[in-house]
Design a protein around this ligand. Structure first.
Ligand SMILES: C[S@@+](CC[C@H](N)C(=O)[O-])C[C@H]1O[C@@H](n2cnc3c(N)ncnc32)[C@H](O)[C@@H]1O
Length: 296
């Protein structure tokens, strides 16, 4: 059973199987330009083992980690095992100090960097990934009693799932340009915040502005006009509805609770939009009844 090996803000969690179930029956290559921890990819690959995939995220350290999980999983397990041993061999204060020591390090190898990223993701505050202006990871210690630093079988399963996946780190527009009719693109961008206080979009040092949301709509339109089936999720914000309304797209509202919320503990279900272009690219889809589903 393969699943995301990282916690990630906006992780699709329970929505992943719904999205996976709504994908076209036949897919030549699957594209996920904002892959994050890859919940939808892992759910989809579970149903279609070995699915050829192009997984992309602007976060280069994240995509390097995907590559290491795919190519060097045994070495990664060994390194994470060493770090877990160092961590659990200390008392509470020692563990905290070890976290900040690892955070300050800059490993010279890809395996070392991937192990560091997974370690910090498991032991840092809320599994957040946040960097400062100079690109240094700056999330504080998480104070978990018993964090799962090394999940050997989970990493091996993820490695197996990634065997036909190509991780890249480019802007979403470039990632979408590679998609062809017969492929399928699932887009899960940083969401338009529903309120000023819920604006957590700092996955990378760059912010995702309204101009970026407009550029994404244009890319979605371009995929549609090129006959490429695509699906997109976003928050149910009037600005987003306006961007996609009146273009012959299917726009559904689903309720779901997010894995990591802006304030770290609020988990009330919120409305999300699931938008697809299937009718416009001439794709026949079985009628799904996900509109009424409440998730989370
Ligand atoms: C909502 S998260 C994706 C969540 C993911 N689907 C999951 O299940 O974990 C959005 C991702 O978009 C990435 N991102 C932000 N701007 C981007 C851009 N211009 N091009 C590609 N990826 C970008 C962020 O690094 C972040 O990982």
């Amino acid at each position: 059973m393969s699943a995301p090996f990282l916690k990630w803000a906006g992780g699709k969690g329970k929505l992943a199987p719904v999205v996976a179930a709504g994908c076209p029956a036949s897919i030549v290559t699957y594209h996920e330009p904002f892959v994050g921890a890859g919940a939808v990819f892992f759910a989809l690959e579970q149903e279609r083992p070995g699915l050829p995939s192009r997984l992309n995220d602007l976060n280069g350290a994240l995509m390097e980690t995907f590559r290491v999980v795919r190519d060097d999983v045994e070495q990664l397990i060994e390194e994470l095992g060493r770090m877990a041993g160092e961590f659990f061999g200390r008392d509470a204060e020692g563990r905290k100090a070890y976290y900040y020591q690892v955070r300050a390090e800059d490993p010279a190898t890809a395996v070392g960097r991937a192990a560091r990223l997974i370690f910090l993701n498991r032991t840092g505050y809320n599994g957040l990934y946040r960097v400062n202006r100079s690109g240094r990871f700056n999330v504080p210690y998480g104070r978990y009693a018993n964090p799962r630093i090394l999940h050997t079988e989970g990493l091996r399963a993820a490695s197996q799932s990634l065997r036909n996946a190509e991780p890249t780190s480019v802007d979403f527009e470039e990632a979408c340009a590679a998609a062809r009719p017969g492929d399928f693109v699932y887009l899960d961008p940083p969401y338009q915040p529903l309120s000023a206080t819920s604006s957590f979009t700092s996955y990378t040092s760059a912010e995702f502005s309204q101009d970026e949301q407009r550029r994404l709509r244009d890319v979605f339109e371009d995929l549609t006009s090129r006959g490429v089936p695509a699906m997109l999720s976003n928050s149910s914000h009037p600005f987003i509805r306006e961007l996609y309304d009146g273009r012959g797209l299917e726009i559904r509202t689903v309720k779901m609770s997010r894995a990591i919320n802006s304030n770290g503990h609020g988990r009330a279900p919120i409305d999300e939009l699931l938008i697809d272009n299937f009718a416009r690219v001439g794709l026949e889809m079985p009628k799904r009844d996900i509109d009424a589903v409440t998730l989370g």
